[in-house]
Design a binder for this molecule. Structure first.
Ligand code: AMP
Length: 182
């Protein structure tokens, strides 16, 4: 099963992806986590990604493709995975389709977690990651609306998108997501 967890920063993609990966026994790929690890380890990709991640801009698609190809080459991704924070642009969506079809796979579902902006800002300020400062959060939300949200229409057109209310306790939201998958 290839599941895409979709939504603005702070809607709970990472939290839900981790729980689902555990419950369903599939791999979890967070491109944000992959970039933070690459930055920490000062890899070539990390050095390029750093200024984008720090300022809340999207890392260029070709760099994203490199990190995703590397991660999805792993054996644990052979049968399925939960994608969290990828794809974020139409070019990334096309790249994903290409990667998957080469393996004879396709996206099972795209789950769009919906949370209003003020709730998102409150959540992220509480989380307090390096890029969770109010001006950077607002920038990330603008980037989401401009560059990522258009994919909602793309995946709706493919009949893959289901929206879920992302407000509430973690378990509650998880039950809503599981209900869609069953
Ligand atoms: P996240 O952990 O998903 O909130 O991502 C944190 C940051 O990593 C983003 O603000 C971007 O700078 C970068 N990033 C993560 N995933 C992607 C992606 N698919 N495309 C471009 N940039 C990304």
């Amino acid at each position: 099963m290839i599941l895409v967890l979709f939504g603005a920063p702070g809607v709970g993609k990472g939290t839900q992806a981790a729980i689902l990966a555990e419950k369903l026994g599939v791999a979890h790929l967070s491109t944000g986590d992959a970039f933070r690890a690459a930055i920490k380890n000062q890899t070539e990709v990390g050095m390029v990604a750093k200024e984008y991640v720090d300022s809340g801009k999207l890392v260029p698609d070709d760099v994203v493709a490199r990190i995703v190809e590397e991660a999805m080459g792993g054996e644990q991704f052979a049968t399925g995975c939960i994608l969290d924070g990828f794809p974020r642009t139409r070019a990334q969506a096309d790249a994903l389709d290409g990667l998957l079809s080469a393996k004879g796979l396709s996206i099972s579902k795209v789950i769009n977690l919906e949370v209003d902006d003020e709730t998102i800002i409150g959540r992220l300020l509480q989380r307090g990651r390096a890029d969770d400062q109010e001006d950077i959060i607002r920038n990330r939300l603008n980037v989401y609306n401009a560059e990522t949200a258009p994919l909602l229409e793309y995946y709706t057109g493919k009949g893959l998108l289901t929206s879920v209310n992302g407000i509430g306790e973690v378990d509650e939201v998880n039950q809503r997501v599981l209900a869609i998958l069953s």
